[in-house]
Design a protein around this ligand. Structure first.
Ligand code: CAP
Ligand code: MG
Length: 418
């Protein structure tokens, strides 16, 4: 097959094609069409030279069917992929092509997954409705914290900080992404002690309290840890999906534990941040939804980490909607039976940000405050109280300023982080 055979601008994709949207910047002296041909070729059945392949192989060649400015769309016949194998799909559509000399920059912007591939993955076990049901929270946003300092705390203090956070009004307390089982705070003891505090806080407050323990580790070890969480009655496990890898995530999901899966995306920015090259967060989010995380970090717009309102709100739609509409930089997707994933906003947030987040991302969200709770001038308990007060204000349609006149913890927080 020659490179030109991988372009057919008259081709109309069928429901049996996986579609990719790429942004292409060809290398010096290379036309966009030539770059496009080579991307389709290398990511499907071709290589750098013709190998006189059999006729039946030709049918599996990917087709560039749209070239619009620097955006191209490629259709991949679904037979190219093994069903239920996320790494396999990525090795084609997000594999060698990023390193080809023929492109200066290449960005995988979005993917559209055909029905048969969708149906070969479980998707989230609980999704938004399931989480709201077991947390018994009808319509307000969920409030969470990350125990801080992120590393270094001893187990007893970790559990105590978690306890104060729950007492103050957090629904969720999670480990930080880089806490696993270091000597100063080992997994088993931390899990037991912190869950014990969660139960105590549940009894005291009458609310459901969840501990999102980070099980990220070598896969077999991770599974042992998840098993232990199940035995001790935990509601969630947390995994760093990019660092652990999608294969590990599949192993965790397919074990079908009772717990919901909280997906932290640490390391994603190595792929996603450079808007000209790499893989967009939209694609990583699609893969995470497909495999079946129940909640996923999507950014904050206003906090400490990069991500525009446009980007974060599109991610919010991509993971929470059943049908996603096509735009210039996004493909449509019908998620069918795959449940919606709950969005998590986290990173540099404090109570003053809550009205903005609810206005732009809606109430189906987990808002997490690490520094924004434990850095409160009067400590963790007051910090958590301030966050819940801000949520109450937003739910009642009252401005934070007005609400803080009668709520001293919120008043102190707003003063401190103004
Ligand atoms: C937040 C956080 C999270 C980031 C991840 C942190 O803490 O624990 O890891 O939110 O980013 O360490 O930064 P703070 P993202 O509330 O103290 O900032 O959600 O964008 O993936
Ligand atoms: Mg963190």
């Amino acid at each position: 097959m020659l490179p030109k055979d991988f372009v057919d601008l008259n081709y109309r994709p069928t429901g049996k094609d996986l579609i990719c949207l790429f942004r292409v910047e060809p290398g010096p002296g290379i036309s966009l069409r030539k770059a496009a041909e080579n991307i389709a070729l290398e990511s499907s059945v071709g290589t750098w030279t013709d190998v006189h392949e059999k006729k039946y192989v030709r049918k599996l060649g990917a087709k560039v069917f749209s070239i619009n400015g620097d955006m191209i769309k490629i259709a991949y016949p679904e037979e190219l992929f093994e069903k239920g194998n996320a790494p396999n799909i990525l090795s084609s559509i997000a594999g060698n092509i990023f390193g080809m000399k023929i492109v200066k920059n290449l960005r995988l912007q979005d993917i559209k997954i055909p029905k048969d591939i969708l149906n070969s993955f479980p998707g989230p076990k609980y999704g938004i409705k399931g989480i709201r049901k077991f947390m018994k929270i009808k319509d307000r946003p969920l409030v969470g914290t990350i125990v801080k300092p992120k590393l270094g705390l001893r187990t007893k203090d970790h559990a105590e900080i978690a306890y104060e956070s729950w007492q103050g009004g957090c629904d969720i307390v999670k480990d930080d992404e880089n806490l696993s089982s270091q000597r100063f705070n080992q997994f088993e003891e931390r899990l037991a002690r912190t869950l014990e505090k969660a139960h105590k806080a549940e009894e005291q407050t009458g609310e459901k309290k969840a501990y999102l323990v980070n099980v990220t580790a070598e896969t077999k070890e991770m599974m042992k840890r998840a098993q232990l969480v199940e035995e001790l009655g935990g509601k969630y496990v947390m995994i760093d999906i990019v660092a652990a890898g999608f294969s590990a995530l599949q192993t965790l999901r397919e074990a079908d534990f009772k717990m919901a899966i909280h997906a932290h995306r640490a390391m994603h920015a190595a792929f996603t941040r450079n808007k000209k090259h790499g893989i967009s967060m939209m694609v990583l989010a699609d893969i995470a939804r497909l495999i079946g995380v129940d909640q996923l970090h999507i950014g904050t717009v206003v906090g400490k980490l990069e991500g525009s309102l446009n980007e974060v709100s599109k991610l919010n739609e991509e993971i929470e909607k059943k049908v996603v509409k096509k735009t210039r930089d996004r493909l449509s997707q019908n998620w069918g039976e795959i449940k919606p994933v709950l969005s998590v906003s986290s990173g540099g947030l404090h109570p003053g940000h809550i009205p903005y987040l609810v206005e732009h991302l809606g109430k189906d969200i987990v808002m997490q405050f690490g520094g924004g709770i434990h850095g409160h001038p009067n400590g963790t308990l007051r910090g958590a109280i301030a966050v819940r007060q801000a949520v109450d204000a937003v739910m009642q349609g009252i401005s934070l300023k007005k609400f803080s006149e009668n709520h001293v913890e919120l008043k102190d927080a707003l003063e401190f982080w103004k």
